[in-house]
Write a protein that binds this ligand. Structure first.
Ligand code: KG4
Ligand code: ZN
Length: 325
């Protein structure tokens, strides 16, 4: 089965062709990232205008790279929610138009679930039940997965998402956008010395809160000269505190649910320090921990096509062109 995936939930425009939910034939992503960097975050109006201009060309390139024709597609899947409304509309409208013109079925796919599915594009030995952690620019959520169509939310952020906290701390230190990779780079050059930043308590032990640590960084840096060594120290201390929190809560979820498989996804999952710390801690707790390849941690359409393939096989259908964001 050949499935066309479309992803346009934030600043990326992605189109991919995936065979049998596993084999990526093409996975093209165009980003308007550079246009947002001077604002320190994504400007929705700019993102959706760029997506409108890019989507047709990205789609053509995806077909060219996969060396297949549109008529060979069996199913069209599109990110339905959550995301920026203007951006989602572009992808959904394009998907609907393709579905009508090619006379192929259309399926809406959840963006957060597709980040988890990215693991299945890279690994074949994942078993259920599992716990999943999604850490992205818009989400920080822990799920219990009975299987791919039955996900139970166990905890989520009460305020900023994890990636958003990286972006905001980077902005405080004038590093640029997106902040995650820049903080990671600085942190890697930090010393063993650490500033003790707070990690917030939440009523539900599996919920997260990252706005406090962002404010703590802001206050810590007030009236200080922002030298390179201070930036490294703050980046390393912030990153380590965030990773400690993610590990503690995710492993607690695994313990509560007696899950021995952990799937991690989303842009922040590309962070090397996060990956190695999770692998280390999971090995001690005898939990098998999976990450997607780094390029599949970021927003892309292969994960949308992949998850759509599985959901379609489980019987999920849309009524006509009823999907909306
Ligand atoms: O999943 P994603 O591409 O888009 C959303 O669905 O939000 O994630 C983007 C987020 C940004 O906040 C970015 O700063 C963060 O992922 N990110 C990272 C790294 N690479 C991207 N955070 C920490 N370390 C990284 N290496
Ligand atoms: Zn995402």
């Amino acid at each position: 089965m050949i499935v066309l995936g479309i992803e346009s939930s934030c600043d990326e425009t992605g189109v991919a062709l995936v065979k049998d939910g596993k084999k990526i034939l093409s996975n093209v992503v165009s980003s308007s990232l550079k246009l947002h960097s001077k604002y320190g975050g994504v400007i929705p109006e700019i993102a959706s205008r760029c997506q409108l201009e890019a989507i047709s060309g990205v789609c053509q390139q995806a077909f060219m790279e996969a060396k297949i024709t549109p008529q060979q597609v069996d199913l069209i899947c599109v990110t339905q929610k959550p995301g920026l409304p203007g951006s989602l509309i572009v992808g959904i409208a394009f998907a609907k138009a393709l579905s009508i013109s090619l006379n192929k079925p259309l399926l809406g796919v959840d963006h957060v679930a597709s980040h988890i599915y990215a693991n299945f594009l890279c690994h074949s030995k994942i078993k259920f039940p599992a716990v999943a952690l999604v850490v992205s620019g818009g989400h920080t959520s822990i799920f219990y997965l009975k299987d791919l169509s039955r996900m139970i939310l166990l905890g989520e952020t009460r305020d900023d998402a994890c990636g958003e906290a990286f972006d905001k701390v980077a902005k405080i230190m004038n590093l640029g956008y997106p902040g995650g990779p820049l903080i990671e780079k600085l942190a890697a050059k930090g010393t063993f010395k650490r500033i003790k930043f707070p990690s917030a308590n939440t009523d539900n032990k599996l919920d997260f809160s990252f706005s406090g640590i962002k404010t703590a960084v802001l206050y810590y840096l007030r009236k200080k000269k922002l030298t390179q060594s201070l930036k490294r120290l703050v980046a390393a201390s912030f990153q380590e505190t965030v990773i400690d929190t993610l590990i503690a809560k995710t492993l607690l979820a695994c313990k509560q649910k007696k899950a021995r498989q952990l799937l991690i996804g989303g842009g922040v999952a590309a962070n090397n320090r996060l990956r190695s710390r999770f692998i280390q801690e999971c090995a001690q707790a005898k939990i098998k921990c999976f990450f997607p390849e780094k390029n599949l941690c970021m927003d892309n359409a292969a994960m949308v096509a992949g998850l759509g393939t599985k959901l379609y096989a489980c019987g999920k259908r849309e009524e006509g062109l009823s999907i909306d964001w």
